[in-house]
Write a protein that binds this ligand. Structure first.
Ligand code: 5GP
Length: 194
């Protein structure tokens, strides 16, 4: 079991509705040493790729993506949630349905910060149905840049996002894949990985 899986077992809380709460160490209170370790691990896993930018989505993706960008020595760009009224020709925009809030958001990135010669590593905290990743991928495609890989801290393997991304041919690295979890007993089962 790796360092993140151990921490999830220790401090993660399974909620009704297929939600795993990790807000004591990842997305409310943050364990900086753990985040640094996550950054190093993604750097190791994507060491064969020439990454020029790390892209994530606000807000909880930023904490994970920061140490990754630091490890690669490249800028971190985060997609902002925007009211469509603000959208102008200076941004790339994509629609994302929020898993946690069940709302539809438009996310934007300024055209200044993604261009055709960028090789992008997309990072997020969770992968559930894959809407956030899909939105981020379309921003990269709108810029004619290249998606080099997808890095996820916690994939919920019983939801369809991971399978969809792998079927589309993306290199997806998830540090922890939850195959099942039970809100009543609190049990969490991880997929075995190399
Ligand atoms: P997806 O777009 O893949 O359906 O969901 C991923 C997004 O929803 C992530 O950006 C994450 O913020 C949020 N999310 C999905 N599932 C969970 C969960 O179980 N716990 C938490 N804390 N966030 C989640």
């Amino acid at each position: 079991m790796n360092f993140l899986e151990q921490r999830i077992l220790r401090d993660g809380i399974v909620k009704e509705g297929n939600v795993l709460k990790v807000d004591s160490f990842l997305n409310h209170q943050m364990d900086i040493a753990l985040l640094e370790e996550i950054g190093q691990e993604f750097h190791r896993r994507f060491a064969d790729k020439k990454i020029t930018k790390v892209l994530t989505i606000e807000s909880s993706g930023i904490a994970i993506a920061y140490p990754v960008a630091k490890a690669f020595g490249v800028p971190l760009v985060f997609a902002k949630k925007a009211k469509s009224i603000n959208i102008d020709g200076e941004v790339y925009a994509a629609d994302v349905t929020s898993f946690t809030y069940q709302t539809n958001n438009q996310v934007i990135v300024s055209k200044k910060f993604l261009s055709a010669d960028d090789h992008v590593l997309i990072i997020d905290d969770f992968l559930a149905n894959g809407y956030a990743l899909q939105g981020l991928i379309s921003l990269v495609e709108a810029a004619d840049a290249t998606v080099e890989g997808l890095g996820i801290a916690i994939e919920k393997g019983f939801q369809e996002g991971g399978m969809r991304m792998r079927n589309l041919g993306y290199r997806l690295e998830s540090l922890a894949i939850v195959d099942s979890m039970n809100a009543r007993t609190g049990e969490i089962v991880f997929r075995a990985q190399d």
